[in-house]
Design a protein around this ligand. Structure first.
Ligand code: TTP
Ligand code: MG
Length: 362
């Protein structure tokens, strides 16, 4: 693959930064965006915490009740309580689109990888020096127009750019030129390689491998034996090799939503009511999606012990924008067996339900 220069941009504490921007009195305070903590009794999780709240060890995906406890603990130690904010997704999506449009002014090939992450091609800049100048301009324009900060990493491929973007947060800019890739990766913990999750890391730790430099000592065959197919990709990544391309339009494959109940329940009236609401909201997203028809409906049910079961139905004929009623009926048919012994032999309580549609046609 020819020499490329790739950028990766990741917004800093994205949802929380936008909430700080929206409410000036939040500035400088610890902010936690997530479900309603209900004075410690709330269910659900933290979406994100700003850097001040991270000093209290509050972070994404943590139960909101735990975040509440940590905030109370901080209070008892004389620090200020965190401010808890319910997410306002419209605000985040709008800003995310604005950021995408800013990056597009500086690069012809941009991939949005998540709500706050973007890969972009800087190869036409021809040198890392020029690429750095462009990155600075992007950061400046985002700061000026969106009034929030981001971090950018630049490297010879997506893998290196992404890791570099995470290394100097917040408001960072890190360039890793090709001849520095190995010294950059060497001392990093293996968990920092995308694709190495907790389980893979455990297998490797057992072999005494803790940083990427150690990982490079393993032969491809060793890795394949230990980690099967994933082993080969890890062998390449440990060497900073990644030929994956920037993909401009990520295909939307499904539209879905889920909800965690206030309390685990098996009350069919309550559950079907919640399902009905989810159906309406998913259908609304579908009507706005640009897709005309879909073929498959699936539901997910999570029981109080966290066992999770999916159940799906595909139709011969597509469902379209006029089929909300049919959609709701089919969803209902999918959930009913969970209320009795057909799909719930021990009549366990339900904690969460979700609904998803896929197999679109446009
Ligand atoms: P991240 O980029 O992972 O986090 P961040 O932007 O808040 O902080 P950082 O400075 O470390 O990049 O995720 C972007 C947004 O996605 C985040 O603001 C909220 C949302 N999100 C969730 O809702 N749940 C999650 O578990 C994570 C990781 C993110
Ligand atoms: Mg981010």
């Amino acid at each position: 693959m020819k020499n490329r220069i790739i950028g990766h941009l990741d917004m800093d504490a994205f949802f929380a930064s936008l909430e700080e921007r929206a409410t000036p009195s939040f500035r400088g305070k610890p902010i936690v965006v997530g479900s309603d903590p209900k004075e410690g009794k709330g269910r659900g999780v933290v979406s994100t915490a700003n850097y001040k709240a991270r000093e209290y060890d509050i972070h994404s995906a943590m139960p909101i009740s735990r975040a509440w406890q940590l905030s109370e603990k901080a209070k008892s130690e004389g620090r200020e309580r965190a401010i808890f904010v319910i997410p306002n997704f419209r605000l985040y999506v709008r800003s995310s689109n604005n950021v995408l449009n800013i990056i597009k002014k500086y690069s012809k090939l941009v991939e949005q990888a998540s709500i706050d992450e973007f890969y972009f091609d800087l190869t036409p800049a021809k040198s890392y020096k020029k690429a750095e100048e462009i990155a600075k301009k992007i950061k400046e324009e985002i700061r000026k127009k969106e009034k929030v900060t981001c971090s950018i990493g630049i490297g010879p491929n997506k893998l290196i750019a992404k890791i570099a973007a995470g290394k100097n947060k917040p408001d960072g800019l890190l360039i890793v030129k090709p001849d520095k890739v190995n010294s950059f990766l060497g001392p990093l913990p293996i968990r920092e390689l995308p694709g190495i999750g907790p389980k893979t890391a455990e297998v490797l730790h057992e072999q005494g491998v803790s940083v990427i430099r150690d990982l490079k000592k393993l032969k491809k065959a060793d890795l394949r034996q230990m980690l099967h197919k994933a082993g080969e990709a890890i062998y390449e990544k440990a060497r900073g090799i990644d030929d994956s391309l920037i993909v401009e339009e990520r295909e939307v494959k499904s539209i879905g939503e889920q909800t965690t109940f206030e309390e685990d329940t098996l009350n069919p009236v309550y559950i079907t009511e919640m399902l009905n609401e989810l159906c309406e909201s998913v259908f609304k997203k579908f009507t706005k999606s640009g897709f005309l028809k879909f073929k498959t409906i699936s539901i997910v049910v999570r029981f109080s012990n966290f066992t999770t079961i999916n159940s799906a139905k595909s139709f011969k004929d597509f469902l379209g924008k006029k089929d909300l009623k049919k959609f709701k009926l089919e969803a209902l048919k999918l959930i009913l067996p969970f209320f009795d012994k057909r799909k719930n032999p021990r009549l366990k309580l339900i904690r969460l339900i979700g609904i998803r549609i896929e197999n679109f046609s446009d």
